[in-house]
Design a binder for this molecule. Structure first.
Ligand code: COA
Length: 160
């Protein structure tokens, strides 16, 4: 049975699709990293917004590796879901795929984990619903996200 004030992962799953236009690329026709980061951020925000039901801001984006270049005309799909919820924040995982539709090639080009914090209408941090991981994958992601959270917050204390 679902716990009170908890939500299922599937309730906030989000998929966004973009096409790489000339204004998104460098002179070699490769997508700018910053543009992809912006798409990742928007996609993660929608997941967090759906889960928290409130305003959300990005507190952190973990290491982001661009595995393959994404080319002009490619179709880029972002698949995102919530991994973990603590008191005022959630971790969202985003997986990015690029598809050269004319050649029927689809590649996993990047992955990212973002921490989003919920705010009320006065801009104060706000409690978020917990999550209730159901499937094996959801439970694995939940455990891994807990470990990343410790690493992330430990690093924050050292850096600031
Ligand atoms: C994110 C922000 C609201 C946190 O404010 P704060 O005063 O540190 O608030 P708190 O200490 O009460 O922490 C609130 C939550 O943020 C989390 N948090 C704060 N800094 C974090 C960081 N660097 N990484 C991950 N989580 C962080 C805390 O763990 C806490 O969540 P929890 O209760 O689930 O553990 C504040 O730093 C902020 O407004 N940052 C700017 C956000 C923004 O504008 N983003 C867009 C960038 S252009």
């Amino acid at each position: 049975m679902k716990k009170l004030n908890s939500k299922r992962v599937k309730e906030s799953i989000t998929e966004n699709t973009y096409v790489v236009l000339p204004g998104d690329t460098n002179p070699l026709g490769n997508l700018f990293g910053g543009t992809m980061m912006s798409w990742i951020d928007v996609t993660a925000s929608i997941v967090a917004l759906r889960h928290c039901g409130s305003i959300v801001v990005t507190a952190a984006m973990d290491d982001l590796f661009f595995i393959h270049p994404v080319k002009l005309g490619d179709v880029v799909t972002m698949k995102a879901s919530i991994n973990f919820a603590s008191k005022h924040s959630v971790e969202v995982g985003v997986k990015v795929f690029a598809e050269t539709a004319t050649k029927q090639i689809k590649k996993h080009t990047a992955s990212a984990y973002l921490t989003m914090v919920a705010l009320d209408e006065k801009g104060k941090v706000k409690k978020v619903p917990s999550i209730d991981p159901q499937t094996e994958d959801e439970q694995r992601r939940y455990k891994q996200a807990q470990q990343r959270r410790e690493w992330r917050l430990g690093r924050k204390t050292k850096v600031y």
